[in-house]
Design a protein around this ligand. Structure first.
Ligand code: ADP
Ligand code: MG
Length: 693
């Protein structure tokens, strides 16, 4: 349970003065629902109000804080004209200008005959000196407060800087003094301030330099955030490791049959990964392993061979895919090999219904089916296994940790293998999969030809269609991916439909269209036609993004490639170059491409190495954007910026490890402080895993 000392800062923002439900909603959108969330909402700029000239000396277009005497109010004759207030000092006069003003309000804050401090941008019109809608108005007693440097925060529609600054100003004093959780020597070495002091420093920048992510205060809080993340992951990992596992040892009978049926040999890295997995399964501990391999590196067969060990040992295995297409693809790969080994593999997705589904469920429950392939449908209630001992989750980033756990609950002590083709840079790897061991497929199967990648302006589309025409004279299959217009499938779809129509006019009914809104069976039909060759050009929205395996496909055209993420383009390109014929990827770009977009496409042209591409992409874009953090399930950091603080991340990982080695129960004073850190960064769930007793 959260410690009491943190209650005030985990209160809803509505408990702050001046924050009602409407404002709270806006704040929640950009920062979060709690007062503490405002702490992490850092300034993105500043306004310097320290410049305090006299009226005559105030330059145009510059923010100034001026002390004036209020001379007279001039309400407008009609609502379209502004309300003006004449003010003066010993050097001259100036007008304060207000549109749609309320007279009583203005009389209240700027009474005639009084002295006031006003701060805002000064402008000159003809000979009149004006300040329209001063940002601040105060009494001479408030001068010091007004004549300061004001932080500027990222805002959202409907939320003004004034209102947000006030809320943050009210939130900050609520930050409690907490005992130091950092190692004193480490903190001293970096000259870092205490956490509360760091907050105050970050929210009161005085110069542009203070906004840099490399200030001691920012690094301190970034480190706190990363340490909380790494500590939580380490706790989860130790917990998982302590969980009862089972020792699964295959006889090799099934595995050898499948190996004999494969027309090729495993690559060295496939064999190594398989050895690592087999050793994990054989150990008493429960397996939590990530199998990371670039598109086309051959993860599926590694998964199958691993699952066979479970089956040989009398268990069942499942493989969970994120999409229907991918699940069917896996089944297509696995079914014939399972048959060669003499065991039963079946699919279960949302599409299996009625009697058919009942039959599948019965065969899973009584153990007739050894290997189940499927989508989310597999983890629903009502799906039961006779003896599930091994689960493979493909393309993990579409699933959360939660689903991983649900799947594990379908059996007892289930070994888990997660597969991902997303090339995750080393730094992100630590933050996301720090709770898993990793096997890596670092090479492609032999005989693969390099892909010739070219970037071409869309205006040269006719050259592209000419190349397609030439390719059609051979056996080639062509993917043609249509642009992502918006986050709306409907709009994507019409672009794809138009393109398919146009290509059909040139190439006839060898052109087929596949998109996300099609019924599953229709999708299958199109994919099957493409695989067997009656369809030669497959026009698609990004539904072909993952997993599709048609070795004859040698050309990939991507329209408006600049609108896709780099990782996504790399995945798309991975659909070709799977056979022994040379392949070509044509990235078509529209006009008005930004410099960054250009560099990104260049990375892709220059490299086929998913890891290098991901690292470069990270460098160009920042971590959050890279994988589409929300759907990737990767943690989003609020203070840490991994493009800057990756060194701190590595230090935090080592620190977390050291802490838990020395003090697994997080006892004593520093241990208590570290628990507080976990709560502060909302890693409450991890606290449960601290070893007790
Ligand atoms: P991914 O890692 O992208 O899931 P797949 O498992 O779909 O890759 O494999 C891609 C293709 O490579 C498949 O056609 C598969 O049969 C083939 N393949 C896998 N391993 C090898 C190998 N060792 N030698 C040759 N081809 C292989
Ligand atoms: Mg795959």
């Amino acid at each position: 349970m959260r410690p009491e000392i943190l209650f005030p800062i985990f209160a809803p923002v509505t408990s702050l003065k001046g924050v009602g439900p409407r404002i709270a909603k806006l704040i929640e959108g950009i920062a979060g629902p709690h007062i503490a969330d405002l702490f992490w909402h850092l300034p993105s700029g500043l306004i310097d109000r320290r410049f305090a000239p006299r009226i005559a000396d105030a330059p145009s277009g510059v923010i100034a804080t001026i002390t004036v005497d209020v001379v007279s109010h001039h309400p407008p004759p009609n609502r379209r004209l502004p309300y003006k207030i004449t003010c003066e000092d010993e050097t001259g006069r100036m007008s304060l200008v207000f549109f749609h003003a309320r007279a009583d309000y203005l009389n209240n804050i700027l009474p005639e005959g009084e002295t006031r401090v006003v701060s805002g941008k000064v402008e000159r019109f003809n000979d009149e000196i004006q300040m329209a809608h001063p940002d601040h108005v105060g009494t001479p007693a408030e001068r010091d407060k007004l004549q300061a440097v004001e932080p500027v925060y990222p805002l959202t529609q409907g939320l003004s800087l004034k209102v947000l600054s006030k809320a943050i100003g009210a939130a900050l004093p609520l930050a409690p003094d907490l005992s130091e959780w950092l190692d004193p020597a480490f903190k001293k070495k970096h000259s870092w301030p205490a956490w509360r002091e760091s907050l105050e420093i970050l929210h009161s920048p005085e110069t542009e330099d203070d906004l840099s992510p490399e200030t001691p205060a920012r690094c301190r809080l970034a480190y706190d955030e990363l340490l909380a993340n790494q500590l939580a992951l380490a706790l989860v990992r130790t917990h998982m490791r302590r969980q009862r596992g089972r020792s699964t040892t295959g006889t090799g009978v099934l595995r050898n049959k499948v190996l004999a049926a494969l027309p090729w040999r495993l690559t060295d890295s496939q064999s190594r990964a398989l050895d690592e997995i087999t050793a994990d399964m054989a150990s008493d501990a429960r397996m939590h392993r990530l199998l990371q391999g670039d598109v086309g590196s051959g993860k599926t067969v590694v998964a199958l061979l691993s699952m066979l060990a479970a089956v040989e040992d009398g268990g069942q295995a499942v493989i969970l895919a994120p999409t229907e297409i991918l699940a069917r693809q896996h089944l297509a790969t696995i079914a014939p090999l399972a048959e060669a080994a003499g065991i039963r593999a079946e699919i279960l997705t949302g599409r299996e219904k009625g009697r058919n589904r009942d039959g599948i469920l019965a065969r899973l429950a009584d153990g007739t089916t050894s290997i189940a392939v499927g989508t989310h449908a597999l983890i629903q209630t009502g799906v039961e296994f006779d003896k599930l001992t091994m689960a493979v989750i493909d393309e993990q980033h579409r699933f959360g940790v939660h689903q991983r756990l649900l799947l594990a609950e379908k059996g007892a002590a289930v070994d888990i293998l997660v597969m991902t083709a997303t090339p995750i840079p080393r730094t992100l790897m630590l933050t996301a999969y720090g709770d898993m061991e990793v096997s890596k497929l670092s090479e492609k199967p032999a005989g693969r030809q390099p892909i010739d990648t070219r970037t071409i302006p869309l205006s040269r589309l006719s050259e592209v269609t000419a190349a397609v025409r030439r390719a059609l004279e051979t056996d080639a299959r062509i993917y043609w991916v249509c642009p992502l217009v918006e986050e709306s499938e409907k709009i994507d779809l019409s672009a794809a439909e138009d393109r398919a129509e146009q290509l059909r006019r040139q190439f006839g009914d060898r052109v087929m269209l596949v998109h996300g809104r099609m019924k599953g069976a229709d999708k299958d039909k199109v994919m099957a036609a493409f695989a067997e060759g009656s369809a030669r050009i497959l026009v698609a929205t990004t539904v072909i993004e993952v997993g599709v395996d048609v070795p004859e496909a040698t050309i990939m055209v991507v329209e408006h490639a600049e609108r896709f993420g780099l990782a996504q383009l790399h995945q798309l390109r991975g659909r070709i170059g799977r056979g022994d014929k040379p392949s070509t990827c044509l990235l078509l770009y529209g006009g008005g491409m930004t410099e960054t977009a250009r560099s990104r496409l260049k990375i892709l042209r220059d490299s086929e190495d998913g890891f290098r591409i991901a690292e470069e992409d990270l460098r160009l874009r920042g971590a959050g954007e890279l994988l589409g953090t929300r759907q990737s399930g990767l943690p989003e950091f609020r203070i840490a910026d991994l493009t800057v603080h990756d060194g701190l991340l590595a230090a935090a990982r080592d620190d977390a490890q050291l802490i838990l080695n020395r003090n697994p129960g997080l006892r004593d004073e520093r241990g208590e402080a570290l628990r507080m850190l976990l709560y502060l960064f909302e890693r409450d769930a991890a606290v449960r895993f601290i070893r007790s007793g």
